[in-house]
Ligand binder design. Structure first.
Ligand code: FES
Length: 104
């Protein structure tokens, strides 16, 4: 049984589930630490767009885009469920698709 304060995130397409117990880290960091391959050409600075994820569940609990993410979303025409995981703090119950993983 996981602690009450822990956060569970599922990464599609492989249904990899990561549970973390601390907040204050972004989803890219969590995925990489768990060994999940997420492209991150800019190292999490919000300038490359390669860490794009599609949010399948839990998006209603995510914070609005920050300034960095908003700029890229407008420039590249992201749909509302497309987010940069390097700019997102985790929330419990997220189901995220890694679109670049699907291309392999
Ligand atoms: S890692 Fe480059 S935008 Fe997220």
């Amino acid at each position: 049984m996981r602690p009450k304060s822990s956060i569970s995130i599922t990464f599609l397409p492989k249904n990899e589930i990561v549970v973390v117990s601390q907040e204050g880290v972004n989803i890219l960091d969590i995925a990489l630490k768990a060994g999940i391959e997420v492209s991150n050409s800019c190292g999490g600075n919000g300038t490359c767009g390669t860490c794009l994820v599609r949010v399948h569940q839990g998006g209603q609990n995510l914070p609005p885009r920050n300034e960095i993410e908003m700029e890229m979303a407008l420039e590249r025409g992201f749909s509302p469920n497309e987010r940069l995981c390097c700019q997102l703090e985790p929330v419990d119950g997220l189901v995220l698709e890694l679109p670049f993983e699907m291309l392999k």
